[in-house]
Design a protein around this ligand. Structure first.
Ligand SMILES: *[C@@H]1O[C@H](CO)[C@@H](O)[C@H](O)[C@H]1NC(C)=O
Ligand SMILES: *[C@@H]1O[C@H](CO)[C@@H](O)[C@H](O)[C@H]1NC(C)=O
Ligand SMILES: *[C@@H]1O[C@H](CO)[C@@H](O)[C@H](O)[C@H]1NC(C)=O
Ligand SMILES: *[C@@H]1O[C@H](CO)[C@@H](O)[C@H](O)[C@H]1NC(C)=O
Ligand SMILES: *[C@@H]1O[C@H](CO)[C@@H](O)[C@H](O)[C@H]1NC(C)=O
Ligand SMILES: *[C@@H]1O[C@H](CO)[C@@H](O)[C@H](O)[C@H]1NC(C)=O
Ligand SMILES: *[C@@H]1O[C@H](CO)[C@@H](O)[C@H](O)[C@H]1NC(C)=O
Ligand SMILES: *[C@@H]1O[C@H](CO)[C@@H](O)[C@H](O)[C@H]1NC(C)=O
Length: 423
């Protein structure tokens, strides 16, 4: 695979100099947006910049309390966080660089996730790179997953000061970060609905009429089936009441199109995905993860603001334990849970990285208005900043770094240690 990656025609392979970084940022700005409106859908302005874009054991409180990585609380900790500096990450995305784009309150960078009854292991970039030696870690999914990938790249690449020893290149839907000394890659593959769809172009996917081939995945899967660690997600692109499903191919004139209730179509796609994993992934070699829904913060009234407010102007997390807003759909999460349970019965382990609840608390963690605007703002927008605030993606350094700390804990099997090791 390394050979293959080297011979494929890169749109760019970079030995970083400042000029090449600037050139790259300019060259690869791409605008894409999808709009989701209505009760079950949020305004999602999804701008695709393909610019290239972060102890030790379980502590028990009582003999019966078991560590749950996903339930806990946020603790302000400006000694240990952020795990890297925004300006130090060579591959930071302008969509996520909130400080660079004018955000003044920076405490969103300083929160540590404290699970109940245990601590997360400390993220050690060198240990992860060692683990990934001669291996591929591939994220597959939408722009939220891409944000987590950027976070992961920042977390590991800041430990490699020598610019000669790291590179980034894109090839179609696949973007590859390479740690040269380790022959390790951390990759992102664009597949916002996991299965085939008319939104698969990594650049031009801004289509009003979304069509999904709920039973076809191999077009994507062939690029990542042999990876050593796979991290999937797919959620926001499904948030509309119905989906148009196609039986047959996009090219063939006799394809059958049918509008189907969204949950049903999601279930079909998740089944296609899980069947693929069951029959095509080498169970011995591959670690599998699914990152649960990333919540949005569009409705201020849900956390005690007025109806017209969203994440704009928010500077603090929600402290009420168990807070859950309408931006997360439990039914969709259950579909994934059921598929994962089914795979487990058939001998394949997929670990859910359950980020939904912990991210629900972080209404202040989104870029809001502090990100690159790909189109000039209208006067009307300027007079009402909430109207163009991004309450979907996440600032970096920030919340996705914690998702990666959780992923890290599972990659190293800390979840298995947690009941046996005591502090
Ligand atoms: C931790 O669990 C052990 C039993 O597994 C118990 O003896 C010990 O008291 C517990 N420690 C604390 C701090 O609760
Ligand atoms: C995710 O974690 C939250 C908080 O612990 C929990 O309430 C929820 O049931 C979990 N969901 C899944 C699918 O594991
Ligand atoms: C950390 O936060 C505390 C309380 O806000 C503040 O007094 C201190 O200066 C901060 N330290 C750093 C290193 O930012
Ligand atoms: C990080 O991991 C490396 C390689 O396993 C190890 O040598 C180093 O001591 C670790 N650093 C910390 C701070 O634990
Ligand atoms: C480099 O890593 C790839 C996996 O990404 C592996 O197939 C290849 O054998 C590795 N090269 C060497 C020289 O080990
Ligand atoms: C990468 O480029 C090669 C051609 O150089 C092509 O065959 C391959 O399909 C591309 N991969 C992706 C993921 O687009
Ligand atoms: C996986 O490991 C088992 C037991 O070690 C072995 O029998 C099986 O052939 C392996 N499967 C593959 C696909 O390598
Ligand atoms: C934003 O916060 C500032 C300072 O707290 C306040 O003056 C302003 O009215 C707020 N704007 C909105 C739209 O909530």
């Amino acid at each position: 695979m390394a050979k293959k990656l080297q011979v494929v025609s890169n749109t760019w392979a970079i030995r970083f100099s400042f000029q090449s970084l600037v050139a790259l940022l300019v060259a690869v700005l791409v605008i894409g947006a999808i709009y989701l409106t209505g009760e079950s859908e949020q305004l999602l302005e999804e701008e695709d910049d393909h610019e290239v874009t972060k102890q030790e054991s379980g502590k028990n409180e009582s003999s019966s309390s078991r560590c749950e990585f996903f339930s806990g609380k946020w603790v302000f900790d400006n000694n240990s966080y952020p795990l890297y500096k925004e300006q130090d990450c060579t591959f930071m995305s302008d969509q996520l660089a909130c400080h660079k784009f004018g955000r003044k309150d920076l405490s969103y960078q300083n929160w540590r996730w404290q699970p109940h009854h245990c601590d997360l292991p400390r993220f050690n970039a060198t240990a992860l790179l060692e683990r990934l030696r001669n291996k591929r870690l591939v994220f597959v999914g939408d722009s939220l997953n891409r944000g987590q990938w950027v976070s992961m790249v920042c977390l590991v690449e800041t430990s490699i000061p020598n610019k000669e020893l790291k590179s980034m290149h894109t090839n179609g839907s696949l973007i590859t970060f390479r740690a040269v000394e380790y022959n390790a890659t951390v990759e992102f593959y664009w597949a916002p609905l996991l299965v085939d769809s008319n939104s698969d172009d990594p650049v031009n996917h801004r289509l009003p009429d979304r069509i999904v081939r709920a039973q076809a995945i191999e077009k994507h899967a062939k690029y990542w089936t042999d990876a050593n660690i796979l991290v999937f997600n797919s959620y926001l692109w499904w948030r509309r009441p119905k989906m148009k499903v196609l039986w047959g191919s996009f090219e063939s004139p006799d394809g059958i199109y049918k509008e189907i209730e969204m949950l049903r179509s999601y279930e079909m796609a998740i089944k296609t995905w899980s069947d693929w994993l069951e029959f095509h992934v080498n169970h011995n070699k591959t670690q599998l993860f699914f990152v649960s829904m990333s919540p949005t913060h569009e409705r201020g009234e849900e956390w005690g603001r007025s109806v017209d407010q969203n994440c704009y102007n928010e500077t603090d997390p929600i402290l009420k334990e168990g807070y859950w807003g309408s931006g997360s759909d439990p039914d969709m999460m259950h579909i994934v849970e059921d598929a994962i349970d089914g795979l487990k019965m058939r001998g394949l382990n997929v670990q859910m990285i359950n980020i939904t609840q912990l991210s629900e608390y972080r209404k202040e963690g989104h870029p809001s208005i502090y990100r690159k605007q790909w189109e000039p703002l209208t006067e009307e927008q300027q007079s009402n900043p909430s109207s163009y605030a991004d309450c979907i993606h996440w600032c970096l350094p920030g919340v996705p770094d914690v998702w990666n700390e959780l992923l890290y804990a599972y990659i190293f099997g800390y979840d298995r240690l947690k009941t046996t090791v005591e502090l």
